[in-house]
Design a protein around this ligand. Sequence first.
Ligand SMILES: [Zn+2]
Length: 236
Amino acid sequence: MSNIEDLWELQVHYNNLKNIKDNLKYIINGEKIKKIGIKLEKTEKKLIDLENRIEENEEKLDKNNSILKNYDYELKEIEKNLYSENITDLKQLNFLDKERKNIIKEIDNKETEIISQMSNMEELKKEFIRIQEEFNKLRKKYTKTVKDDKLMVEDFNKKVIEEKNEIDVTSSKIDKSVLDKFNELIKNKDVAVVEVIDNKCSGCNMFLPSNIIYKLENNDGIIHCDNCDRILYLKI
Ligand SMILES: [Zn+2]
């Protein structure tokens, strides 16, 4: 006579097998890797953008520095003329003095602009280092996930073989007609043996009559749910 415990054990192996296959499917789909890949791409774009901004800023700084240099030269020239005592014409002296003041003002403005560009540059470089660290971490995570997934697939494949062996061993303990019915239920309803929880069939949620519960409690043969036909198992 077939034992309900053997049937339950067989069902547990089928459940394990289904879990392993679901996990395998998830890994093979590469969902986790895809998510990291998207993040990696976004981070790389940020890095490229920052690099461009740093370059632009550097060009502006170079340009402003050379403008400043020209102003310094002009100022020197004006001052040379102004203090050379060669020019005695008051009008011209006034004009030169006015020019001198203008250029000092321009220098002042340029210097302020350069200082702000330099501090901006410092911020951009800090941000670049931060994003670069993030990028490196993500790249490591990506490589590790690829490796881990490969190992997990190997491990799950081993477990699939183990569970299939267990299914064969347990099946051999069960009478053919009972096993045929079990396999038919697996084929049609995915699950053949279901637990009775709170006097209900956990396959279809129907309340079970008390005579069925009594039979289950007394381990009186293999009992099917009247509603869904699955084999009932009561953990005692
Ligand atoms: Zn049922």
